[in-house]
Design a protein around this ligand. Structure first.
Ligand SMILES: [Zn+2]
Length: 302
């Protein structure tokens, strides 16, 4: 089969779209030590979304960008900046990066875009479809360093934290599992409306949003989020673009949790695992976030 990056006929590897280190972190910090997938919650999964797109050599190229993202941004943010309740502590708020960050994010968005255009029927207008396919080609060249531009688009890196620590009134459509979504869910998909198109990936509490149409967002609506070829990104941000905030905070959590109703048998199974392992459960982040969700009910506006 043809590798999607180098286009050579080679044996392709079945690999994670969202990198394995994120999945390992989730497992290590969860109450049961197992994961459940968003779409079929009755099955314990040990892995995230996998797809056969790359040869071994091209996969190695991608792992060179994953490593600095894991070491310089992901790990400091989840272990130092966020406390066990998922609340930002203003200890580690600034992250330096060079070209590996945009390469890493685009490598994920590129695979998501290929995956979604091939496995689902994207119900988008022809203009947006053309933009999507043009970016698949352009990003391939960018990842191979044949061009230094990612095209007409903007990538924003968004640092998320527990809602309990935020200020202001919460919209009533907010899902009561919102904190679990923001802090613990691995996600990746295209996001579109009649006129807008973006690609979204989420590594636990860090999300990346690449806007393709419109290709830029006024800086007044997204502060300290935009990623360049090199620079410093701060986790103290303002996220106020309605297309992005509606999706991350309202639409997507509702989509995910409406489809994840655990059967009674599965709920019993989780309780059993928790009872067998009480010290681990009490110390785990997923258990604490569940408790915060109970509090969320009182914050909701009627
Ligand atoms: Zn290849």
């Amino acid at each position: 089969m043809k590798c999607r990056l180098c286009l050579n006929e080679k044996e392709l590897r079945k690999s994670h779209i969202i990198p394995a280190f994120v999945i390992r972190w989730l497992k290590d910090t969860s109450a049961t030590g197992f994961l459940r997938s968003g779409t079929s919650p009755d099955q314990r999964i040990q892995d995230g979304l996998k797809s056969r797109l790359l040869c071994a050599e091209c996969e190695l190229l991608f792992s060179q960008w994953e490593k600095p993202f894991s070491e310089k941004i992901f790990t400091p943010y989840v272990t130092k900046e966020l406390d066990i309740n998922g609340k930002a502590q203003s200890i580690h708020t600034s992250f330096e990066y060079s070209s590996w960050l945009l390469k890493f994010i685009i490598s994920v968005q590129w695979r998501l875009l290929i995956y979604e255009t091939e496995t689902t029927t994207l119900e988008i207008n022809p203009k947006l479809k053309t933009i999507a396919f043009d970016h698949i080609n352009l990003w391939r060249k960018f990842l191979l360093s044949e061009t230094s531009s990612t095209g007409r688009n903007e990538t924003h890196l968004i640092f998320l934290q527990s809602f309990v620590s935020g200020n202001g009134t919460l919209p009533k459509e907010l899902n009561e599992n919102i904190n679990f979504y923001l802090l613990r869910i691995i996600d990746g998909t295209t996001v579109y409306s009649e006129k807008n198109l973006g690609v979204y990936s989420k590594f636990g509490p860090i999300a990346a949003f690449t806007m393709l149409e419109p290709s830029s967002i006024p800086t007044s609506r997204m502060k300290n989020t935009k990623i360049h070829m090199k620079g410093t990104v701060s986790s103290i941000q303002e996220i106020a673009d309605p297309f992005i905030t509606d999706f991350i905070f309202i639409t997507r959590p509702n989509e995910i949790f409406d489809s994840t109703i655990l059967s009674q048998r599965q709920t019993d199974k989780i309780s059993e695992t928790i009872l067998k392992n009480i010290p681990r459960t009490l110390a785990s982040q997923s258990f604490r976030i569940k408790n915060q969700e109970r509090l969320m009910k009182y914050f909701k506006r009627k």
